[in-house]
Design a binder for this molecule. Sequence first.
Ligand code: DQA
Length: 151
Amino acid sequence: MKKILLLNGPNLNLLGTREPELYGHTTLADVEAAFQHSAARLGYAAECLQSNWEGALIDKLHEYGQLQRAGLALGCVFNPGAYTHTSVALHDAVKGVPQLPVIECHISNVHAREPFRHHSYLSPAAAGIVIGFGVEGYQIALEALVRKFRA
Ligand code: DQA
């Protein structure tokens, strides 16, 4: 069974309690369980990683670039959290594994928020973007990934 990676960046471990008016009451564990369930229904094995460390996110993207090349992974759904707006290194990591489709996903509508959230370093490297649908966005991104990139 091919793998799909669900990658979450800094502070997303606090989902459910962190600014619930923006991010809702669903926990990351619930998001990951729902993602794994839906991926399995679509015929894929989801692996979930959340890290507050930029390097850990980069290492995982590199690993999945190799898995994709070996025919063992389809792609990745990635919410980089605040690194979206700061990280050239994550942009370069996604560019460095061009064979791996990465769908950028944000729970909140970043364009309706502070100006410093309007720019994403990741977007030019992403295969697609899902923004502002709450935690449902992870499901939408998963479905889009499979529909567009399934062989
Ligand atoms: C976020 C939006 C970012 O601006 C913020 O730093 C996050 C979460 C979202 O999912 O809406 O941590 O990526």
